[in-house]
Design a protein around this ligand. Structure first.
Ligand code: AMP
Length: 427
């Protein structure tokens, strides 16, 4: 019997998996540069946290959660997203009683029982960033700029930033009522009419053409904002302008999770087809109270690492196979293998990524391994070299080969590799 990975769960194998780590690293780098610290939160939580935190009427909570009873009879759920967990951990450990805002990032898998298709998975990978305990619109702009910097660092050039505001507890109820009035006058099917009563904003997000056409003239939140939401929104936009981050005002943009207020945004990639959202975020000023905490405004985003991988592929940025190591040992015989094993280990300690041929491979097989590894240099050690206390250093690009005394091999290679693109160990 053979096994396959569960349906809708992408795996990342070498050499592509190097790009997967690079995506995380690009966003982690941008977050770290802005003073965000790493937080590790559980993969599963009390089901109630997500029910309250994500919203009882959302698709995520009603249809998509991986919920089960553990052996102690507690209802637990695999995290469908990170924000609720990060906020729960912040409250539980009192991080919000220190310096504000609390700035955190995390990354890993989230789980949603969706219908799998290209770019939509049941185990999805996110990079998540949260700034908790601030109402300053500059932090809204900061989160947008960090995500933007992450995409830029990866070399993506086609990313679009869609920006909106959802108003606040002051102005949204009146807008909601106006939108509901409008939706009640439309010719909608029963489930959509029901949705219009429970969560009318979500109807604006309906992808079906017949619904889209009808909501074309729906009232817009941007025409119903209170003075402070309008000022907040204008400030975010002018700060983004100062930073040179381009955006598109998208007054119909809503998001699938209930907790958003004021600033909301999405990053979209035009080459990805139906699942084109490669990240999204926004403000969640009421979420802390929803999960039993004190008033504690916050803003954050999550980007989809799987979809960013697809975007990199679509822009032709995944084509090259990255080198695994810089140096590859090719031993001829048992004693040579023993000496090279020590040399390779020393290289690694000196910060030079190195590997070697194992299993007593012959010259031909070992050189094939060297080529496949992407190494810049092969170290060939035969019996005659051993007797002479030297090793042959072969430049695998030019074919040029020189004998270097074994005692000088580490500084010689460091020198030759300096300036050349050298993968760090584990990169
Ligand atoms: P959300 O947590 O729904 O705001 O999603 C944030 C980002 O995660 C989206 O913009 C997508 O890039 C990604 N994402 C959400 N759901 C999925 C999924 N089922 N499969 C792959 N990526 C997803």
């Amino acid at each position: 019997m053979t096994f396959q990975a569960p349906k809708g769960v992408p795996e990342y194998l070498p050499p592509r998996s190097a790009a997967f780590l690079a995506v995380r690293a690009a966003f982690a780098g941008a977050a770290t540069a802005a003073g965000y610290s790493y937080i590790e939160v559980p993969v599963f939580e009390d089901t109630e946290l997500f029910a309250r935190g994500v919203g009882e009427s959302t698709d995520v909570v009603t249809k998509e959660m991986y919920t089960f009873a553990d052996r102690g009879g507690r209802s637990v759920t695999l995290r469908p997203e990170f924000t609720a967990s990060v906020l729960r951990a912040t409250l539980e450990h009192g991080l919000h009683t220190g310096q504000l805002p609390v700035k955190l990032w995390t990354a890993g898998p989230a789980f949603r029982y969706e219908r799998p298709q290209a770019g939509r998975y049941r185990q999805l990978q996110q990079f998540d960033l949260e700034a908790i305990g601030t109402e300053d619109p500059a932090v809204d702009a900061e989160t947008v700029a960090i995500a933007w910097a992450g995409y830029q660092a990866l070399g993506l050039t086609r990313v679009r930033l869609l920006l909106n505001t959802l108003g606040c507890r002051q102005c949204r109820p009146a807008y909601r009522a106006a939108l509901q009035d409008f939706l009640r006058g439309l010719d909608l099917d029963a489930p959509t009419r029901e949705r219009a009563e429970v969560n009318p904003l979500r109807v604006l997000d309906d992808k079906r053409p017949e619904v889209r056409a009808q909501v074309e003239n729906a009232p817009l939140i941007t025409d119903h904002l209170c003075a402070s939401c309008k000022a907040h929104h204008d400030r975010v936009r002018s700060l983004l302008e100062d930073l040179g981050v381009p955006w598109e005002d998208t007054p119909r943009l809503v998001r699938g999770l209930d907790y958003y207020s004021r600033t909301t945004y999405e990053f979209d990639h035009p080459l990805l087809g139906a699942q084109s959202a490669i990240g999204g975020g926004g403000r969640y000023d009421g979420l802390s109270e929803d999960i039993g905490g004190p008033p504690l405004p916050g803003i954050g985003f999550a980007v989809g690492v799987d979809r960013i991988m697809l975007a990199l592929e679509a822009e032709g940025l995944l084509a090259e196979t990255p080198a695994r190591v810089a140096v590859y040992g090719v031993p001829m015989g048992e004693e040579a293998a023993r000496r090279l094993f020590a040399v390779v280990n020393e290289l690694r300690r000196a910060g030079v990524a190195a590997d070697m041929a194992f299993d007593g491979k012959g010259l031909k097989g070992a050189m094939k391994g060297a080529a496949r590894s992407g190494a810049a240099y092969a170290l060939i050690l035969g019996e005659r070299d051993l007797a002479a206390g030297a090793v042959q250093v072969k430049n695998l690009a030019s074919g040029e080969q020189t004998a270097v005394p074994l005692a000088e091999i580490i500084p010689t290679l460091q020198e030759r590799l300096a300036g050349a693109a050298m993968p760090a160990p584990g990169a």
